[in-house]
Design a protein around this ligand. Structure first.
Ligand code: BTN
Length: 330
């Protein structure tokens, strides 16, 4: 089955209903204004209802939105975003295999810097180290940003840290929760993961074509699957209230834009400083270091300007980690 992005016309229909909140908008009027058949309007209303959008009425009476829907369609996001560099183009899918896979494809096809790919549901969401990213329909945010930075491929890791700092800032500002960053860029609330970032790139020797920053945020999940419960949580579980994904997404894209410019203008040390100030993992944390070669206990002793994590192993050896994972040892 070919996966097609959400039609601009569905987006227009949502916009029309949002702009007429107190009235039943007749089906024929919707059809005429967006240039589709009445049958298409009926079909889209059914599809939106299946996604949890509350729409009153039927084909005879017309349709009315009962509240602003929390779906990540371009018209709802861009109204709030204004002129941000990241998010000027937003490609939305109701269902896709992975927004990162799609973003890499679109980047290869020439998609512009700052293009955002977002989906309500992923069927093959990918995490780091070949893991699966649990992507429950309409509960989380599954989003990938295409960047075309003027750096060599060796500088790409700092973009990953930049994304972590930006996402932490957005999540703390919107929810008021105490959000920590585990190196390199897992976002944690009370020690459990609420968001993860997967950075992928298309490059050739010495030249970066595009970087795709993919972020998954567990927002309104009522419960995590049993196997993830010890490690992962959602913003809703931790705060006991549900959140507007639109609001979080808008905050996230604004912070991405802000921190991307901080990086361009002040260099990677500025990002490393912000990261170190925001993360309990930067200094003095007892961790288990897992690399492809070994697993050892260590204490963190600082972050390098390029984003590498300095650790001191229990045998006093010191090393700067550029890849791998750390987990807290209590
Ligand atoms: C991690 O393992 O912590 C990284 C998770 C990244 C998940 C996001 S969801 C949007 C984007 N598309 C994917 O397939 N993965 C990333």
């Amino acid at each position: 089955m070919a996966v097609v992005s959400t039609e601009r016309r569905i987006d227009k229909m949502i916009r029309l209903l949002v702009k007429n909140p107190t009235v039943l908008v007749p089906g024929p009027k919707i059809a005429a204004q967006i240039g589709v058949t009445r049958a298409a309007v009926g079909f889209w209303v059914k599809m939106l209802r299946e996604l949890g959008v509350e729409i009153k009425g039927h084909v005879g009476s017309g349709y009315q939105l009962m509240k602003i829907p929390d779906i990540l369609v371009p018209s709802l996001l861009q109204d709030e975003l204004g002129e941000t560099e990241i998010g000027r183009v937003i490609v939305h899918y109701f269902r896709i295999n992975s927004t990162n896979t799609e973003a890499l494809y679109l980047a290869q096809q020439g998609a512009k810097h700052g293009t955002v790919v977002v989906a309500e549901e992923q069927t093959q969401g990918r995490g780091r180290h070949g893991r699966i990213w649990y992507s429950e329909k309409s509960s989380g945010i599954y989003l990938s940003v295409i960047l075309r930075p003027p750096f060599p491929p060796s500088a790409a890791p700092i973009l990953t840290l930049m994304a972590g700092v930006a996402a932490r800032e957005a999540l703390s500002a919107v929810t008021g929760l105490d959000v920590d960053i585990r190196w390199p860029n897992d976002l944690l609330v009370k020690g459990k993961k609420v968001a993860g970032i997967l950075t992928e790139m298309s490059a050739e020797l010495g030249r970066l074509h595009a970087v795709v920053l993919g972020i998954g945020i567990n927002v309104n999940h009522r419960e995590m699957p049993a196997e993830l419960k010890p490690l992962a949580t959602s913003l809703r579980i931790e705060s006991r209230k549900s959140w507007s994904r639109v609001q979080i997404c808008v905050a996230l894209l604004k912070e991405f834009t802000r921190y991307y410019h901080l990086l361009l203008e002040n260099g990677s040390a500025a990002i490393a400083d912000r990261w170190a100030a925001a993360s309990s993992y930067a200094n003095g944390k007892r961790v288990r270091v897992v690399t492809s070669a070994a697993e050892c206990l260590a204490t963190t002793v600082g972050l390098e300007p390029n984003g590498g994590l300095r650790v001191r192993y229990d045998d006093s050896r010191e090393e700067t980690l550029v890849a791998g994972e750390v987990t807290e040892v209590k």
